[in-house]
Design a binder for this molecule. Structure first.
Ligand SMILES: Nc1ncnc2c1ncn2[C@@H]1O[C@H](COP(=O)(O)OP(=O)(O)OP(=O)(O)O)[C@@H](O)[C@H]1O
Ligand SMILES: [Mg+2]
Length: 301
């Protein structure tokens, strides 16, 4: 390479670095960049006891109001668990507790049978392999689909340092696989800001997948999606089941129906109904739909 080519390359690199730094700080997602900044290490989670996530008698109060009240929950490795329940039931608060955003007043929260999540900070929990999708898409609108996925792998090094990071071939393969999984292979060069709402949600899920989380927590992932996007999201989650464990909170019962009546364990798939911070009912979708208490507090409305 000639010196002037090298210089031009270095300039481009610098401009690119500056651009990404600027964007990362300027966009709404910028403040959340830490959310992608945690590459899940392939640390082993001990699931020999048949559970990837375990909550027992967890409670938390806000100003005397018990948002979570003696909540217990058990998720098996590879399971796709749907959680439903009325507004204010504590579904999001439960995710806040699992991810370390909110500390419970009492109770036990384990990842696998050996990792006591209450001993870890929010950023450490993400690194252990728990990925969380908030309701609102938080992608870097001015970067392309490719750049967003690439960034998801490397922001743990900080934005500036990450610019000198190059995808190795395994990571490039993973990126291609994720692009395909999230149905965005044909949009790879498109600016994320120009994607539809549903595509942005898929991109954010893709960013989580780049970190290969063992457990994915998805809070109202299809809110605001078109019917077609909702159906494709159900297919996407069903394709992740098994390789990942998923906890999906949704009010869209058609979507819950898709998730629970398809896939390998369709007949046995469990739905958990939360109400006033506790489990009101748990069983197959048909079980909970036939439960009078569930109809009264939620489904019958
Ligand atoms: N940080 C907080 N401070 C005070 N109250 C809170 C806090 N977080 C949650 N709450 C309260 O706890 C209760 C449970 O809220 P949460 O957001 O978990 O419900 P949800 O089941 O996710 O509801 P929705 O279906 O509407 O999203 C609500 O009454 C809420 O106002
Ligand atoms: Mg909520």
């Amino acid at each position: 390479m000639t010196p002037d080519l090298m210089e031009a390359g270095a300039e481009r690199q610098q401009a690119y670095t500056a651009r990404i730094e600027r964007l990362a700080l300027a966009t709404e997602s910028g403040g959340r960049s830490a959310g992608y900044g945690r590459v899940a290490q392939a640390g082993e989670v001990d699931t020999t006891h048949g559970r990837i996530l375990y909550l027992e008698d967890v409670s938390v109060s806000f100003d005397g109001f018990k948002a979570i009240n003696k909540l217990s929950l058990d998720i098996a490795p590879g399971e796709l668990r749907c959680i439903i329940g009325p507004n204010g039931a504590g579904k999001t608060t439960m995710m806040d507790i699992i991810t370390g955003k909110t500390r419970p007043d009492e109770g036990t929260v384990f990842f696998g049978s050996t990792i006591d999540l209450l001993r870890y900070k929010e950023s450490e929990i993400a690194q252990l392999g728990i990925g969380r999708k908030f309701q609102k898409p938080t992608v870097f609108e001015q970067l392309t689909v490719f750049e967003n996925l690439e960034l998801a792998l490397k922001t743990n090094k900080g934005v500036p340092a990450s610019m000198f990071f190059r995808l190795d071939s395994a990571q490039a393969d993973r990126l291609a696989e994720v692009l395909h999984t999230i149905h965005l292979a044909s949009e790879v060069g498109r600016q994320a800001g120009n994607l539809s709402h549903g595509q942005k949600q898929w991109l954010e899920i893709g960013m989580l997948l780049m970190q290969d989380p063992k457990l994915l927590l998805l809070d109202e992932p299809v809110a605001g999606m078109t019917d077609e996007e909702t159906e494709r999201t159900a297919e996407l989650f069903l394709s992740l089941e098994g390789a990942h464990s998923l906890v999906v909170v949704e009010h869209d019962m058609k979507f819950i129906g898709e998730l629970t009546t398809n896939g390998p364990n369709a007949a046995k798939k469990k739905v958990t109904v939360l109400h006033e911070g506790s489990v009101l009912a748990e069983g197959t979708l048909a079980d909970v739909q036939a439960n009078d208490k569930v109809v009264e507090v939620y489904l019958g409305r």
